[in-house]
Design a protein around this ligand. Structure first.
Ligand SMILES: [Zn+2]
Length: 204
């Protein structure tokens, strides 16, 4: 099986509970400590087998790490880990998953060194909300429900609002509209992408 490690928790001693986003599920596995085991890190794409004998949790076996060239670039890896960590709380209570989520991450990982990763994160967040039917079009304010003006602020899950309603900074209306209709950050400059990225970082 293949999957992305979206959470790593210490169990007793040096053992780990590893939560993996697979194509069809988000599952947790137990990993016994072993000096000869490869080191697992948040965000890694791994190939593995599971051993179901444990009543507590399946065990992770025969793990191999499927690398990406950017993994050795510290900043890229840090941004990747921050991004991947958003999926565990979002999908925690789901039993089965559509392959959409795994493919979204795989596609992002493949592009991670060719584009500004913050742009990829913003575009993935839009794709995810769109897939889940949670896009709130930037016409009315989510807080006061009155029409939005020429400056639009965004809240968690890209909910649009008046800057004055959330005491937040904002983006020009036409740029927000373009982002919502295309799902691309093409019209946004890097500072505007940083603003969007800070919103997305609050969670899906
Ligand atoms: Zn408002």
């Amino acid at each position: 099986m293949k999957g992305f490690i979206v959470s790593l928790r210490r169990a007793r001693d040096e053992d780990l509970v590893v939560t993996i986003l697979e194509e069809r599920a988000l599952r947790s596995y137990y990993r016994f400590y072993g000096a000869r085991h490869s080191i697992l890190q948040l965000g890694y794409l791994i190939d593995y087998e599971s051993e179901e004998e444990s009543r507590y949790m399946p065990r992770l076996r025969r793990v191999s790490h499927l690398g990406f060239p950017w993994l050795y670039r510290r900043n890229r890896l840090m941004l990747w880990q921050r991004f991947v960590a958003l999926f565990e709380p979002h999908l925690r209570d789901t039993e089965t998953l559509d392959p959409f989520y795994f493919r979204l991450l795989l596609d992002a990982a493949r592009r991670w060194d060719r584009q500004n990763p913050r742009r990829i994160v913003c575009e993935c967040a839009h794709a995810l909300l769109d897939y889940e039917g949670r896009i709130h079009e930037p016409t009315d304010c989510y807080i006061c429900e009155k029409p939005l003006g020429e400056e639009i602020a965004l809240m968690q899950a890209l909910l649009p609002a008046h800057p004055s309603c959330i005491f937040g900074s904002a983006l020009p209306r036409e740029k927000v509209e373009d982002f919502f209709s295309t799902g691309k950050t093409t019209l946004l400059d890097d500072n505007e992408v940083d603003y969007l990225y800070s919103i997305v970082g609050k969670g899906f």
